[in-house]
Design a protein around this ligand. Structure first.
Ligand SMILES: *Cc1c(COP(=O)(O)O)cnc(C)c1O
Length: 447
């Protein structure tokens, strides 16, 4: 199939695209603008922030300031989705839906970037001596200093919750520009933290533009750029060490004969990109990273599958960017991320809103997981990989068919910790209904 043909096959439905530009890890590593050293430094820095995090957030105190989410065995969940574990391998959920403070996968990146920025400003402003540890920024005088500065971000909700929480905890003014998809409860939560919310009747790309313009008018305002931030990207990438440790604790091997497949929900591409960049540092060619998008907001799918050098918008392809997955409702991919991930992502697939509802229902029934719809975009990944022509062709091309029974699949869930119970309940009911109406035949057998 031609590249254009693959993109057209999307047409707002389920689709599975595999990346012909995928490079071997040692080749990527040699050419990547971000290096292994950058990643190592970010991981070390995160460790140096722990006592600071613990002091700032009660939710993190028990874990000693570590931002950590559970790794949950989920074979029953996978089976209910139509995955054959005996021939396809073991299933886990990496539960970033339960990350405290921000309540989503954004927490690691948001905390990392805001605290890094605070430390830098404090040192530059003479509030923190060069030899003083980062905890110095908790002083009253630093707090007063931060209060004269504003942190600004554009968000569909979850990035705002992470950045707002971190900025307010340190004493900054926080201004969050929200796109039209942002849920009312996310705005409410932020207002309670003392953040100022600007509501836009436009999509995410426009909200980010407004936030950027807002920050440009003042020298004490700092814009956290979801579309172009290396710090956010590196913050996300620190999840990889955690996964390595957790897999080891569960006696799960990852090597040539035991491949690891990871499926991560994708908006602009920063969070899944950063996580994948980190995972490649740890597992190299033995990890295969797939991104998952709602069919209506398939911006990374289109950006990569068309191979376009210019930014591609979903509207140009007749998609409307309307989805229940508010965290993923993005019309344009991050260009920074696209460049970094183009050689390392194995593929991108799209799912329908009804798939999200159904996975939300089954995750609760089979694995006791409660998360928001966006969190489940990756859930069908193992089925699509093992049951579609495109998926099987990928497995064959990389000689993975034989090792599939020894494989591990990781469905990355990405948000929902603070979602109100009544809202979740309604989504659960909808998922139950859809699940009951489904015939036993897998609905995606060929995309
Ligand atoms: C933001 C978000 C993602 C994806 O992150 P991007 O950096 O936008 O690709 C995934 N899941 C949820 C719930 C999110 O809020």
């Amino acid at each position: 199939m031609t590249r254009a043909g693959e993109s057209l096959a999307l047409a707002g439905g389920r689709s599975f695209w595999t990346n012909r530009e995928l490079r071997p890890w040692n080749d990527i590593e040699r050419k990547s603008p971000l290096t292994r050293e950058d990643w190592r430094k970010a991981c070390a820095r995160l460790v140096s922030f722990r006592s600071l995090y613990g002091a700032l957030f009660e939710e993190l105190r028990e874990a000693g300031g570590e931002v950590v989410s559970p790794l949950i065995a989920a074979d029953a969940f996978a089976a209910a989705l139509g995955f054959d574990g005996a021939s396809g391998g073991r299933m886990f959920v990496k539960g970033d839906h339960a990350l405290p403070v921000g309540g989503s996968v954004k927490t690691r990146g948001a905390l990392y970037e805001v605290v890094s920025l605070a430390e830098k400003l404090a040192r530059r402003g003479g509030e923190l001596a060069p030899d003083e540890p980062p905890e110095g920024i908790l002083s009253e005088s630093c707090r007063a200093f931060f209060a004269r500065h504003t942190i600004i971000a554009g968000s569909t909700g979850n990035l705002g919750m992470g950045i707002g929480a971190a900025a307010r905890a340190l004493g900054f003014r926080a201004v969050i520009h929200m796109s039209r998809e942002a849920s009312a409860w996310k705005k409410e939560r932020l207002r309670k933290l003392g953040a100022e919310i600007f509501e836009h009747d436009s999509d995410y790309t426009s909200a980010v533009e407004a936030a950027r313009a807002d920050a440009n008018v003042s020298t004490t305002s700092f814009f956290i750029d979801d579309e172009a931030s290396t710090e956010l990207f590196l913050g996300y990438s620190t999840a990889a060490e955690e996964v390595e440790r957790q897999l080891r604790e569960q006696d799960v091997a990852v090597d040539r004969r035991h491949p690891l497949f990871v499926y991560i929900p994708c908006g602009v591409g920063g969070a899944p990109g950063g996580v994948s960049f980190g995972l490649k540092q740890v597992f190299g060619d033995d990890v295969h990273c797939f991104f998952a998008e709602p069919a209506a907001s398939a911006c990374v799918y289109l950006q990569l599958s068309t191979g376009s050098a210019d930014p591609v918008s979903v509207y140009d392809y007749g998609l409307d960017n309307r989805t229940i997955a508010d965290g993923l409702a993005v019309s344009k991919a991050s260009q920074l991320t696209t460049a970094l991930i183009a050689p390392l992502v194995s593929g991108v697939f799209t799912v329908l809103d009804e798939d999200l509802y159904r996975a939300l229902f089954l995750a609760s029934e089979k694995a006791g997981i409660k998360a928001e719809p966006s969190a489940f975009a990756g859930a069908l990944g193992p089925c699509l990989l093992t049951q579609t022509l495109q998926g099987r062709a990928y497995l064959a091309a990389y000689g993975l068919e034989k090792s599939l029974p020894q494989a591990t699949h990781l469905i990355w869930t990405t948000g929902g910790l603070y979602q109100p119970a009544d809202l979740w309940r309604a989504q659960y009911e909808r998922g139950a209904e859809l699940n009951a109406g489904l015939s036993r035949q897998t609905p995606w057998s060929e995309t």
